[in-house]
Design a protein around this ligand. Structure first.
Ligand code: UN1
Length: 507
């Protein structure tokens, strides 16, 4: 798997002639799999000098790339999509092994990359502006979209490759070049992607700087946020990180695209199809070991069905297949590292101090297959929405059960009663309830689903959310516009010069 992806050495420090920084410095980071604790490889961390080189190379590549016609740029992205198809199995496995999500999800993530390539290829012929009517005779107005330049992408460990591809492939057809700073927890999948792309660029005699990777820590991210050579920074991760990036980019009047924390809820009304809802709740809460930004964190249940739903969940949770993510049949893999395990335990302790009742889970698994100390049993806690811990996003499998009574409006108020606004969902077969949920006084989230869960958004929709989630939109719909600058053009095809606002003067 590693060889196929061009990653040759397992220790000592991995370094190639790639445009990803990190050649000259001493600082090395070892990457261990959360699945079995084995050392996968070590990588050089970039220095400030490496960063400057990467940005300079990207700037040079932009001068070439912006002149390539958009549909031709789409052709390059099509070839990247095909290379990803060829490498789907190996890359999916590496995602699973390095990050800890189950293999099916690792493969699913690569499939999302392939899908966004297809989407971007089509888009490369549809980057349209509008033609507008001028108030002046024999004049025409239109607006068009031009490439921005270097786009910085800061991605998180939980979707180590897909989220980057949503940004990078759209940016590429838009004529931008991308500098990617992956999470320092999952750099190997990023290096593997760079290998794949590098071949395509070389075969087409294009500069590698069109796509660059820089492996670095938060300081490199901060440099990017402050760097006026980077007109757009797209950042995925915690609200804490996003606020810092947003502030730094805003202070220099750059553009940012922020996709930050969620605190996603499913509402189950008295009209819910319980069987269907349970499947969505369980996958949403325990899938990816609760480490999706769209993971289900709160379940808001009507009091008439509360006991039934709780008891059903308490039967399902003790039998969840928890184990090595590469094994067939596993549903719940490990948390990314021991720090994440501490956060999980601390959150459970705090919420219980506030009055929460732990009903199941919350243990660290030990023994054969669980030696890493990163496997936990997903937890269910009876809680109230205003608890401090319930208001926070804990990146771990904790599901808070919250009871509501009366009409769906009460449930919507609870659902909206948090700082974050990413994903939300309602299970109900009553049209009055479901329409209320998606109406202008319904869910305040960027994603509002009816009779499907909070996670697993398709690439064709705009992905992102409101409030502390940051307001950005990535992936489908018209998310491409942020990667371009708009220009309004007025063309005079007469021999007169009528001025706007009726101004007359003589010279
Ligand atoms: C993320 O967790 O950062 O909706 C993105 C989903 C995925 C994206 C999650 N398509 O679950």
């Amino acid at each position: 798997m590693l060889q196929q992806l061009g990653i040759k050495e397992v220790n000592p420090a991995y370094s190639t002639g790639l445009n990803w920084g990190g050649q000259n410095n001493k600082h090395v980071r070892e990457i261990y799999s959360p699945a079995d604790g084995n050392l996968i490889a070590s990588v050089h961390m970039a220095t400030a000098e490496d960063y400057d080189n990467v940005i300079a190379t990207a700037e040079q590549a932009f001068k070439v790339w912006r002149k390539v016609p958009a549909p031709k740029r789409g052709e390059i992205v099509r070839q990247i999509g095909n290379k990803l198809r060829e490498n789907k199995e190996a890359l999916g496995k590496l995602v699973s092994y390095e990050m800890g999500k189950i293999l099916q999800e690792g493969l699913g993530e690569v499939q999302e990359m392939i899908d966004i390539c297809d989407f971007a290829v089509g888009l490369s012929r549809q980057l349209q502006g509008s033609t507008l009517h001028s108030e002046r005779p024999s004049h025409r107005m239109y607006d068009q979209y031009h490439p921005l330049g270097v786009v910085g992408v800061i991605s998180a460990f939980n979707f180590p490759v897909a989220v980057w591809s949503w940004n990078a492939m759209l940016a590429a057809v838009c004529g931008d070049v991308t500098v990617w700073k992956p999470s320092e927890k999952t750099p190997l999948t990023a290096i593997a992607c760079q290998h794949i792309i590098r071949e395509v660029l070389a075969a087409n005699e294009l500069p590698e700087g069109i796509f660059s990777v820089i492996i670095g820590d938060a300081e490199i991210g901060s440099k990017m946020a402050h760097d006026t050579r980077v007109p757009l920074v797209s950042a995925t991760g915690s609200t804490r990180m996003g606020k810092k990036v947003g502030e730094a980019v805003g202070a220099r009047l750059g553009k940012s695209l922020l996709e930050l924390g969620g605190n996603n809820a499913i509402i189950m009304t008295e009209h819910a199809d319980i069987e269907m809802a349970l499947r969505a709740v369980v996958f949403g809460a325990v899938g990816t070991c609760g480490q999706r930004c769209t993971s289900t964190r709160r379940l808001i249940i009507h009091d008439s069905i509360y006991n039934e739903v709780r008891d059903r969940l308490l039967k399902i949770y003790p039998n969840l297949p928890i184990g090595n993510p590469l094994n067939a049949g596993t549903l719940v893999g490990p948390l990314i590292d021991k720090h994440a395990v501490d956060m999980f335990l601390n959150a459970l302790e705090s919420v219980q101090k506030e009055g929460g009742k732990l009903l199941v889970g919350g243990d660290i698994l030990s023994g054969e297959g669980y030696e890493t100390g990163t496997y936990v049993t997903p937890a269910i806690v009876e809680a109230e929405n205003h608890y401090h811990m319930v208001q926070e996003e804990t990146f771990a499998p904790i599901l808070y059960l919250i009871k509501y009574s009366g009409s769906v409006e009460n449930a919507i108020e609870i659902q909206n009663g948090v700082k974050q606004g990413l994903s939300s969902s309602i299970f109900s077969t009553n049209m009055l309830e479901t329409e209320a949920f998606v109406s202008h006084w319904g869910s305040d989230c960027g994603i509002a689903n009816v009779n499907i869960g909070t996670s697993g958004a398709e690439i064709g929709g705009a992905f992102g959310g409101e409030k502390d989630t940051g307001g950005g939109r990535e992936s489908g719909s018209d998310a491409w516009r942020i990667y371009m600058r708009r220009q309004t053009n007025t063309i005079n095809f007469s021999r007169e010069l009528p001025l706007a606002q009726g101004i007359e003067f003589k010279i």
